[in-house]
Design a protein. Structure first.
Length: 188
């Protein structure tokens, strides 16, 4: 986040797939500079809530979603889904769902290229994020050869490169060793 005022708000979110109610009357508000954490048992709906906040459930029409998600007062549903990534980034629990490029460098540059950043800015920002996360030595490595923790760092780096206003993190410290956890916490 760049320091400007921001509010992400969910109002009475309910989500059902068939007869199964996954979210029921969830309301929350998060403003610039705030961070919240969600704790709950496996299957409690934490990931589902993050997907709803990011607009994934509504975009793909999976199940029945009711309620509203607002970013600065505008419905997330009204954003073109492809451009929403520059506003709100979602780090999946399983980095293999996010990391797919041939090299770490390519992975971090991918989103910037999709948003048509100038080539020089892509190079500068990619190098900067690699340095910030302490993974510059991995720049030419294949993500398939990395440990789970390293893949998670690369997935986070790719999101941070876009400078999203909102960062949604699904178990960001899972599968990380102590030094990798420290790197992520320092960046966050």
């Amino acid at each position: 986040m760049e320091g400007d005022y921001l509010e992400l708000r969910a109002e009475n979110l309910c989500y059902r797939v068939g007869e199964r109610q996954l979210l029921q009357n969830i309301s929350l508000s998060v403003r610039s500079g705030e961070a919240i954490g969600l704790w709950g048992a496996s299957g409690a709906g934490k990931t589902t809530l993050l997907l709803a906040l990011r607009g994934v459930l509504e975009h793909y029409g999976i199940g029945c979603l009711q309620g509203r998600v607002l970013l600065d007062g505008s419905s997330v549903a009204s954003y073109p889904y492809e451009s929403l990534g520059a506003e709100m980034a979602l780090l999946f629990q399983d980095a293999d769902m996010q990391v797919f490029s041939a090299t770490v460098w390519d992975e971090i540059a991918f989103g910037l290229e999709n948003f048509r950043w100038p080539v020089e800015k892509i190079h500068q920002r990619t190098a900067q994020v690699l340095e910030e996360l302490g993974i510059t030595p991995l720049a030419q490595a294949s993500p398939r050869e990395l440990s789970g923790g390293q893949k998670k760092l690369v997935a986070l780096a790719a999101l941070l490169a876009l400078r999203p206003r909102v960062l949604l993190l699904d178990e960001p410290l899972a599968s990380l060793d102590a030094s990798e956890r420290g790197r992520i916490l320092a960046v966050l």
